[in-house]
Ligand binder design. Structure first.
Ligand code: OGA
Ligand code: MN
Length: 297
């Protein structure tokens, strides 16, 4: 480790952004590999604050991928329409196509990306859901298009006895194909369906690093709950999502160009606020593969 690396570790500044979650991290250059000591300090901050914001990090896709790989392997999305042509590990959260043209509001890709306006956690439909996501704001909107994050540890703590009893020991179904019932997105191909069959996940999970319990739902993918009628399951997911959306649990991120925002998918949900689709919005996401099957809490 060089002297410069040591200096980097001690120059890391952490400023909490909200009482529930979120911190801004400055003093690091994410374009360069982190020294082990810096990585450990950053990882600890991530576990403590759940969402980290790094302003003014003009990373190339390759640099973003290299930064993300320090935390684990990266997911490659199972659909062609979302992936970047240049780098398969980049998930394009954009209303602009890969050639740089603004897409029409009715474009199925735009409809799919717009489903992120509802609470969810990324890749919860995988047998091993994602550990975390790292999103680079490249072209950001002046108004709207804020990304909101909610602390699912806190939401779990806030559950009343009746709700707690209802979800204890239960599993919810997470199905990628559920998206097709929510918006006019492109019908899934046979291969896309087969790549992501529905999975059942515990509704309360234990975090593999912190040991804390959190509520684990992802309303855009949840279509059923074990041992419950569909209508009751739909109502329960809606009730839980409403609780998760309480002000006290939420950090609202207003984007500036070249913000990098990193969140823990194991204990948060997020959603984007609506924005004028006539404005360009281009964000590149790297998604870290989960560290193991979900541990029931
Ligand atoms: C995501 C996501 C919200 C946004 O990148 O996973 O849901 O701000 N993005 O567009
Ligand atoms: Mn998302």
């Amino acid at each position: 480790m060089s002297i410069a690396d040591h200096r980097t570790a001690s120059e890391m500044n952490i400023r909490p952004l909200h009482p529930a979650l979120g911190a801004e991290v400055t003093g690091l250059d994410l374009a360069r590999p982190l020294a082990p000591e810096t990585f450990r300090a950053l990882h600890r901050a991530w576990m403590d604050y759940l969402v980290l914001v790094f302003p003014k990090q003009a990373l190339s896709d390759e640099q973003q991928i290299a930064f993300a790989r320090q935390f684990g392997e990266l997911e490659v999305h199972h659909q062609e329409i979302i992936k970047s042509r240049a780098a398969p590990e980049i998930f394009r959260v954009a209303n602009v196509d890969d050639d740089g043209n603004l897409m029409r509001a009715e474009d199925p890709s735009v409809a799919q990306i717009s489903l992120a306006q509802r609470w969810h956690t990324d890749s919860s439909y995988r047998p091993v859901p994602s550990m975390g996501s790292i999103l680079h704001g490249i072209e950001v909107t002046r108004e709207g298009g804020e990304t909101w994050f909610t602390n699912m540890y806190r939401v779990h703590e806030a559950l009343g006895t009746a709700l707690r009893r209802k979800i204890h020991g239960r599993k919810a179904r997470h199905d990628f194909a559920h998206l097709t019932t929510l918006a006019p997105i492109k019908p899934l191909t046979q291969a896309e369906r087969q790549a992501m069959p529905p999975v059942w996940q515990p509704m309360v999970r234990q975090h593999p690093v912190t040991g804390r319990k959190s509520l684990f739902i992802s309303p855009i993918y949840n279509d059923a709950i074990e041992g419950m009628e569909d209508s009751e399951a739909v109502a329960l997911i809606a009730e839980l999502a409403e609780l998760a959306g309480r002000d006290e649990f939420i950090y609202r991120h207003r984007w500036s160009p070249d913000d990098i925002v990193m969140w823990d998918n194991r204990c948060t949900m997020h959603q984007v606020t609506p924005y004028d689709l006539g404005q360009r919005r281009v964000m590149h996401r790297a998604t870290i593969v989960g560290d193991g099957p979900v541990i029931a809490g």
